[in-house]
Ligand binder design. Structure first.
Ligand code: NAD
Length: 493
């Protein structure tokens, strides 16, 4: 382990592991064949650890352990209150380690430290929420007087395969782990290969909280190897996936042979629509947060801003001025607002879109690497105006601090522009007109709409996208439905 806080001129957390293992059946193990992959930090882009690279045989081992824990129990048959106690202890542990988790997450992902802190608290809240929900859960009974009684026997499905991306990895893992475990399933988690560090903490947290061995299993590795083996495994009836749309399509095809239950949270290119009657300052605040928080590496980023013509130039001027003032720098510095992009491969992708944007729009802010940051995966918040709907930067998910602004003249044109991409994850609408606000919200092709408000989630609401942004909804009881079978039992009276 390294423990210097100044190695290579950057902040390195104390006690950083130099090797990250799988966690299978209650034990930390390496791949049977000894395969590993390198893990980089996004500030120096140097390898700080190796991680076990799971192969099909390692996934087999993890699924066998999870299946045994499911069939032998006690987890699936424990009373909801008993499971909830374990989940609440998990939440307590996550909260107690908030600072440490945030430090590791920031080191591995490049997220600004102030924003990483919030992610740990959200992860804890996911466990508390689903603990409460399964305790309160009840199911229908339907009586036909004098002839029949029918009731719903809800039961966990088995081994759930959870495949997660590298953006806010710990929080997004919790979003799947909490409902899958709360409902009594056992799991195999395959976290993103760019960011395995925080996922490795779950094992100890679950062990300390009293989760039986084999209920939680972690297999690190590449998507095409470990992820692929999990998707194709015949003893894994459910896959919950968050990641890119193209990966979702591959998983959809590969899950067909075993007709698996699939939940997919995919990419986005969400519009932020600002009408001339909006509270412009509030809209600008929110639009900045929407695309530049979390380094712009968020699925629900408002990465296309549509502005009504009378306030278009004023909006562009003020928005760009604010974007130019955003503090880009060392992710561990509490003053930093945009940190380093997760990985050099992703940095190259975002940087190439910035170059494309220079041929497709009017550059108002940013435009590439900030001058004061010659090393590391840094991109200055970049704003393009006058972007046409045919432009690649209007159509394609960039997943970085880059935004396209487009003017419109009528409500109908705004709606057409808003819906003019393959994606349909989120939409943000700014107007003081109540009727327009609701009419537009109901017509926009988006799974989630925020009206005159920031992206703040109420965990009871459905979460998911339409079109190429996803399949199915999780959140609240919808997650309970996804992770359980509802068997109908009929008896004659
Ligand atoms: P990705 O699709 O490259 O990878 C996601 C996960 O899938 C990783 O764990 C990866 O190893 C695995 N994977 C890759 N190929 C696989 C295969 N063939 N079979 C099985 N697993 C495979 O996505 P990413 O780059 O890690 O994440 C960014 C993307 O995730 C963006 O498109 C973003 O919009 C999306 N995202 C969506 C949501 C949402 O809720 N809608 C949330 C966060 C991120």
């Amino acid at each position: 382990t390294t423990s210097s806080s100044t190695a290579l001129g950057r902040h390195v957390p104390e006690g950083l592991p130099s090797h990250i293992q799988h966690y299978i059946g209650g034990e930390f193990v390496d791949s049977l064949g000894g395969q590993t992959f390198d893990v980089l930090d996004p500030v120096s882009n140097s390898t700080y650890a190796t991680a076990a690279a799971g192969q099909q045989e390692d996934v087999d081992r993890a699924v066998t352990a999870a299946r045994k824990a499911f069939l032998d129990g006690p987890w699936p048959t424990m009373k909801p209150r008993e499971r909830a106690r374990v989940l609440n202890r998990i939440a307590d542990a996550v909260e107690a380690q908030e600072a440490r988790l945030a430090e590791l997450e920031t080191f591995d992902t490049g997220l600004p430290i102030t924003q990483a802190k919030g992610q740990a608290l959200r992860a804890a809240e996911n466990f508390r929420f689903f603990a409460d929900l399964v305790v309160a859960q009840f199911d229908d009974a339907m009586k036909v007087p004098g002839s029949q009684l029918n009731y719903v026997n809800r039961k966990p499905i088995g081994v759930a395969g959870l495949i997660t991306p590298w953006n806010t990895p710990f929080m997004l893992e919790s979003w799947k782990l909490a409902p899958a475990l709360a409902t009594g399933n056992t799991v195999v988690l395959k976290p993103a290969e760019f960011t395995p560090l925080s996922a490795s903490l779950w094992a100890q947290i679950f062990r300390d909280a009293g989760l039986p061995d084999g209920v939680f299993n972690l297999v690190n590795g590449l998507g095409e190897e470990a992820g692929d083996a999990l998707v194709k495994h015949p003893d894994v009836p459910l896959i919950s996936f968050t990641g890119e749309t193209t990966t979702g399509q591959t998983i959809f095809r590969n899950a067909a042979a075993n007709l698996k239950g699939l939940s997919m949270e995919l990419g986005g290119k969400s519009p932020c629509v600002v009408f001339a009657d909006a509270d412009l300052d509030a809209a600008i605040d929110s639009a900045l947060f929407g695309v530049f928080s979390l380094n712009g590496e968020r699925c629900t980023a408002g990465s296309r801003i549509l502005v009504e013509r009378p306030v278009y130039e004023e909006f562009c001027g003020k928005f760009a001025a604010r974007a130019r003032n955003i503090v880009v720098g060392d992710p561990h510095d509490p003053k930093t607002e945009v940190g380093a992009l997760v990985h050099p491969v992703h940095f190259e992708k975002v940087a190439s879109y910035v170059e494309v944007g220079k041929t497709e729009g009017r550059l108002l802010a940013g435009g590439g690497r900030p001058e004061h940051l010659p090393e590391g995966n840094y991109i200055a918040p970049t704003v393009f105006a006058d972007v046409s709907p045919e432009a690649r930067i209007f159509q394609e998910e960039i997943f970085g601090p880059v935004v396209a602004i487009t003017p419109f003249d009528t409500d109908a044109e705004a709606l057409e522009l808003a819906n003019n991409t393959r994606y349909g994850l989120a939409a943000y609408i700014w107007t003081q007109d109540l009727t327009r606000a609701h009419t537009f919200s109901q017509n926009v092709e988006a799974g989630m709409v925020w009206l005159n408000s920031h992206n703040v989630r109420d965990l009871r609401t459905p979460f998911g996208g339409v079109k190429a942004s996803g399949l199915g909804h999780e959140g609240g009881y919808r997650s309970i439905d996804f992770y359980t079978d509802q068997q109908a039992v009929h008896i004659s009276l």
